[in-house]
Ligand binder design. Sequence first.
Ligand SMILES: Cc1ncc(C[n+]2csc(CCOP(=O)(O)OP(=O)(O)O)c2C)c(N)n1
Ligand SMILES: [Mg+2]
Length: 668
Amino acid sequence: MPSLPTTGSTTTAEPKEPLSAEELRKVHAYWCAANYLSVGQIYLLSNPLLREPLLLKHIKPRLLGHWGTTPGQNLIYAHLNRVIKKRDLNVIYVSGPGHGGPALVANTYLEGTYSEFYPHIPQTEDGMRKLFKQFSFPGGIPSHVAPETPGSIHEGGELGYSLAHANGAVFDSPDLLVCCVVGDGEAESGPLAGSWHCNKFLNPARDGAVLPILHLNGYKIANPAVLARMTDEKLTQLFSGYGYKPFFVEGHDPHVVHQLMAQTIDAVLDEIHAIQEAARSGKVSTLPVWPMIILRTPKGWTGPKIVDGKPVEGTCRAHQVPIADFAKKPEHLIQLEEWMNSYRPEELFDENGKLVVELAELAPAGMRRMGANPHANGGLLLRDLAMPNFRDYAVEVSKPGTESAEATRILGHLLRDVMQLNAGAQNFRVFGPDETASNRLEDLYQVTDKVFMEPRLETDEFLSPNGRVMEVLSEHMCQGWLEGYLLTGRHGLFSCYEAFIHIVDSMFNQHAKWLKVTRHIPWRRPIASLNYLLTSHVWRQDHNGFTHQDPGFIDLVVNKKADIVRVYLPPDANTLLSVADHCLRSRNYVNVIVAGKTTGAAVAGYEIRNRTLQRRARDLGVGFDGQKKRAGCRHGMRGRRSDARDARRRRPAAAEFSGHQNPRCQCG
Ligand SMILES: Cc1ncc(C[n+]2csc(CCOP(=O)(O)OP(=O)(O)O)c2C)c(N)n1
Ligand SMILES: [Mg+2]
């Protein structure tokens, strides 16, 4: 294979051999088992243990999936298992190149969690057959890491968000380590490139740690990856500049790489531990230099070297399905059989198809298994927010329209107290791209600061390592952090100018799809809703103009079904309070609140507003009961237009339009 551009590096660990011969044999065998199961998922319909000679009828008629990233991710998983066991660590795995779905499915199957979540796929020969068949198959499972995958908080279908998700997951979880695999192609994306700055917002005294593993397998789908063609020196300069200490693990010989990987993971964990110790003992409160791993291994490692005369392993031809066309080229059957047999399945699985005991013992136990870690099923850890009575913050309105207020400033009073009430629980944060004060939420700074780990100047205000407001001028990072935070069982709010929330259109889509799928997965517990507060809306721009006007995010949002999204247009401060109270209590929605920050009339007290909404609901032919708690739409809620049309046609029972027939709605 072509040589990779390495020049040696000062941060490549001095070669040692931390694994005994026995440990090396076993970790290699475990990796082979994961690779075998990954190839099996991509190719096989039956004959999972190759007990019969491989025939065309054993192969799936349509071959789908991504092999190229998979062996590298299997290597990382196997080595994480080793250290989780050895050090009793609390770790979850974020797969940036989540198109490597076979790797995560294979590993969770090997560790036993897959069969616990899906008992119809047991650790038997027939279970293995079903595991293989279901992959990327009608009625089966997605080819990517997905909500269906145990241990996952990150799909990775749309590349670029892994590092932001990983950081969001560890905020306020001091015990948690997220291993975040970043693809070298993924690393070219804007969101990922920005996300290296996450370290400036991570406080080792109160947050967990992220271990980024930049996987330089050299290629994307059809091109070399930019970072992969840089020398180790250049990469060291780049990542040192971002504030990391890169450790290089490079090679093609599995046995060399196993030793180097084991040694390097031990070294980086020692560094992470030292950083946390220093911060938690109060000795250091400045931005630490976090370690990261740069892993250079061939794309499609251990797969076919040459297919039809062309090199495959170590090239972008290994990205998806390296051997195909079995009907036309029977010699490919032999090649696939040789490839699968190269892992020696007969030594890995017993006569019943179960992983042999000496290898099964390598996985951690119980909830330490990455597929079973409760942080990756955040609803299990979710606690209700302590909420003040929102009515206590209301603007007094003796006569409609006579009082005026900045709606979001009034909301700021409420958010300040939500922040304060939950300070002990450490489960609420507010996110925004440098606009929290501009959006009139600055009362938050009476009780907390903006988190900032870089040096602070005397002239700075409200910055500290302990702040709970997260401000960075990257809507992608704000969204990714909040998603990671919510998916691991906490609460938050993202405030943004209405026009610029479009920057995360696609991330919104992905999160909404995740929520939609999780509703049908019984073991996924509901998580807190993702709440957007969009201000600087189209109607009131003051010193900004056309550049800052665009109400189109709502168009995008209402394309989703009403059981996933909610759009609220509260007309005044009091309605906004009520809406925010509702949204912060709700579960499994994306709530979009569009509200003005400039001075506007406080239209009505709660009684008058309820009457108005009742009238409006009557006009639409839908029910409204503003009097009953948990039944009425006190929120000025809008469903999709088509919902309203459907509702008018069907004249539904009370409260359908408002969505309150949904038992998960927690209107309080
Ligand atoms: C945002 C985004 N753009 C494009 C794609 C299409 N795509 C899927 S995989 C891939 C290449 C990924 O390369 P890399 O991150 O290096 O992953 P690996 O080599 O580990 O497969 C691309 C471009 C995508 N999934 N997401
Ligand atoms: Mg790559």
